[in-house]
Every structure is written in C-alpha cells, then in structure tokens.
Design a binder for this molecule. Structure first.
Ligand SMILES: Nc1nc2c(ncn2[C@@H]2O[C@H](COP(=O)(O)OP(=O)(O)OP(=O)(O)O)[C@@H](O)[C@H]2O)c(=O)[nH]1
Ligand SMILES: [Mg+2]
Length: 417
C-alpha cells in the first residue's frame, strides 16, 4: 500500500526498546518482534532491539540510566533516526528520553495510532482515529513540544486523510467536543441498524481475533466480501457485514472487524468502542486463531481479555484454528472457552464445510420446538414461523391450524403470545 505513505518521506530507521517486567524473556522478545511488525506496517525499518529486565518501568526515563547510555551508543552505531518504546510513555518519560538521547522518541501507542490513521476509510473510522490521536496528544502537549517540532514527518504526524496534526490545546479541545458529538450521532444510527437486525431474526456472528489471524480472508472466502486482506497488522478497521447462506439454505450474518493486539491503547478502545462492540451485539463469536504463530496461546488470551474488557460474555464461541496449511499436521490445540473448535485454512478453504455444519447446529440449538393449535385469525404468526423457523407440520382443522415447528428464541414470544 505504497500510496498510503508519502514517498518523499525518508524511511525512518528505528531502535526498539523494551522492558521485561517478569522472568519471561521469551514473552518480552515476542512483544518486540510484534513491535517490529508494527513499525514495518507504519513504514519504518528496525535497525536494532534492546530489552532491559527491570522490576518496573523507570518513572523518569522508562529504562535505567546505564541502559540509556547503551542506547545512545547504539543510536550512533546504527545511524538510527529514532527510538520506539514498547509501552505507552508518560509525558515526562517522553520529554526526558528526548533530552537524554537527542533523537525522535516514539512509543507503541503512537505507532498503532499512526497505522490506524492511514487505515481508516469510513467517516466513522476516521473520526474514531482522530479522537484517539487528539486525546493522546492532549495530555502530552507540554512534553511533546520539542517532539512535535522535531517530528517533521513520518510516524506520529499522520492523521486520518490529509489532516495535519494540531498542536494548539484550545483548538484540540474544541475539536474533541465536536468529534464527540458527531460520533454520538453515528453511534445512535448504528443502534437503529442493530435493532433492525435483531427484529429481522437472522442470527449475527462477529468474527474476532488477533490482528493478522485471517479474519478478513475467512469472510472473503465464504462470501466474496472483497475486503483487503494482507500480511500487515490492522489491515481492517471498519466493520463489514455479509449474509452467508449455509449448506442447508439457512442464513446468518457475519461481521468482520478490527483485530486485537496486546497493549491495545486505552484511547483507541474508548474511541473504537462502537466498532468493537459489534461483538457485544452478536449472537455468536467466531474466534479466528493463527495456529501457525508460536505466540498463539498469548494471542488467544489477549483476545479473551479484550472481550472481557468490552463486556462481551455469555455468547456461543466457535474457535477456528486457522492457517493449518502452514503446519505439517493438524494442530491438537484446544480452546476451553469455546463450545466448538474447528481446524481450518481460510486461504485454501479447508475445514469450512465443518464450520458450516457447526453454524447450522448453533442455529438449531437456538430454536424452540412448539406444537400448538393457532386460531385462524393468527395466520400471520404462522407466516412468521415459515419465514424464520422450520415448519414441520401444518394442518387445517376445525379448531384452527395445527402447527409443529422450530422457532428462533427471539421470535418465540411473538408467536406464542
Ligand atoms: N497460509 C495461510 N495464510 C493465511 C490464511 N488465512 C489468512 N492468511 C494470510 O494471513 C494474512 C492476514 O490475513 P487477514 O485476513 O488480512 O487477517 P485479519 O485477521 O483480517 O487481519 P487484520 O485485519 O489486520 O486484523 C494475509 O497475508 C493472508 O493471506 C491461511 O489459512 N493460510
Ligand atoms: Mg482484516
């Protein structure tokens, strides 16, 4: 996606800095590997990595004094143009690191916000990203003074669309108020759409999962949705919903949405709440897992933590272990949180028939069997059953219409009242 980044920009060369808070060196390394992917997606080249094991982040400089000297040397040796710290820096840490290192200082949040800014395509997506960016900047304006003037271009300066970043606190505050208002309006519009959907009685499944797991590839394969799917983090920001017709002729709505990642910036979760809440209003959660990724367990845990944070609970979960084609043999992975697990390859289409069967089964489970005699004046109710349920028997008798049928839980009350 070369056009997303200004080609006149000199490619940034960055050093990645991480702090390892527990004894788990491997986890710290993986987190930095992921930061490298984030940097790559944002258009920066990683020229070195530094991890410091510490009890806690240094309150003033994130890493300790000694490590700071090491980074200083490495900056010169590698000819780096900046550093990216793997955790969100406080305004003070940001300022102090800049003073000490005399280079462009960025953090994980800034990089993620930057990627989101270039990815957003719908007006809602753009508003949400801008909101998150403004909130991040607002708290850092005093410290960010030099950073902002130093940034010049590149990571941290990109806004959604062609927008230039704003540095005036008063203008930012006004803008935040306006954005809040616009987002509220969009969100009430979304509520209406959701209401219409639930009246419609078609079950809704939200496809969730770690970024790059293959969510969009899955929806594309099933429905020719034509969503951009690529080997970059956060390829998808805006939700897409498609109707899937199952093998038995029944229908279900599938929604593909933004991926999760560890240390997802708080401001982004806030700003993207209405997008992320797709999962909350769904009947079924389809959890796509990249089982070829060595970090799979941690990624699954992150997904469940994020769902918890969003207040998503009590849903039927189907976990799809994806990218099986990359493994020599099918994985024996289990997911205790899921009611169903299927091994698939979304790219090749393997396992999708079984997934189809699982969806049929869930739809069936959500139906209630009824056997009753409807008076002739209630013929409209039978029409409802015919449309959304399964009519097993319909017999016209003297007393009324004798019906045996399976009906979806959400229209059960309507037809039996
Ligand atoms: N080998 C293999 N690659 C896959 C499979 N499914 C997806 N991929 C690749 O994985 C990468 C990410 O796929 P996406 O569908 O964009 O993943 P996503 O979960 O939508 O990612 P985000 O939108 O970034 O959160 C792409 O390069 C896909 O081609 C699969 O079954 N096998
Ligand atoms: Mg996607």
């Amino acid at each position: 996606m070369a056009q997303m980044y200004d080609t006149d920009e000199e490619q940034e060369r960055v050093l990645l800095i991480g702090v390892q808070l527990d004894n788990n060196e491997e986890a710290a390394m993986r987190s930095l590997d992921e930061l490298k992917e984030l940097a790559r997606t944002a258009g920066a080249q990683t020229v070195g990595k530094v991890i410091q094991p510490r009890e806690s982040f240094h309150p003033a400089t994130y890493i300790g004094k000694g490590k700071l000297e090491e980074v200083k040397d490495l900056l010169i040796k590698t000819d780096a143009t900046g550093i990216i710290c793997d955790d969100e820096l406080t305004p003070a840490q940001l300022r102090n690191l800049e003073d000490a290192l005399d280079t462009k200082v960025m953090d994980r949040t800034m990089v993620i916000l930057d990627i989101f800014a270039t990815r957003a395509t719908t007006s809602e997506g753009k508003l949400q990203v801008e909101m998150a960016q403004l909130k991040y900047r607002m708290t850092r304006l005093s410290g960010l003074g030099t950073t902002l003037s130093r940034l010049g271009g590149g990571i941290g300066t990109r806004g959604p669309g062609e927008k230039k970043i704003e540095t005036d606190r008063r203008i930012i505050r006004d803008r935040v108020t306006r954005l809040n208002h616009e987002l509220k309006e969009l969100s009430s519009h979304r509520d209406v759409t959701r209401q219409q959907r639930s009246q419609n009685s078609t079950m809704v499944a939200a496809i969730v999962g770690y970024t790059n797991a293959g969510k969009s590839t899955l929806l594309n394969h099933l429905t020719n949705a034509g969503i951009l799917a690529e080997d970059k983090l956060f390829a998808t920001l805006d939700p897409t919903t498609r109707l899937l017709k199952l093998a038995n002729g029944e229908k279900i709505l599938l929604t593909d949405t933004v991926g999760f990642i560890r240390k997802l910036p708080h401001n982004l979760i806030e700003a993207f709440k209405s997008t992320l809440e797709e999962a909350k209003y769904a009947d079924i959660i389809i959890h796509v897992v990249d089982c070829s990724n060595p970090d799979m367990d941690y990624q699954m845990q992150t997904v469940y933590e994020t769902l918890d944070q969003l207040g998503v609970s009590g849903k039927t979960i189907v976990t799809l272990f994806n990218k099986c084609d990359k493994l020599p043999e099918p994985p024996s992975a289990k997911d205790l949180k899921a009611q169903y697990c299927v091994n698939i390859s979304a790219a090749r289409g393997d396992g999708l028939e079984q997934f189809d069967k699982v969806l049929q089964e869930i739809i069936q489970e959500n139906r209630i069997y009824i056997e009753r005699c409807f008076p002739y004046k209630d013929a409209g109710k039978i029409q409802l059953i015919r449309e959304y349920g399964q009519l097993q028997k319909e017999e016209y008798t003297e007393d009324g219409i004798l019906v045996e049928a399976y009906v979806p839980k959400n229209i059960y009350d309507k037809v039996t009242s």
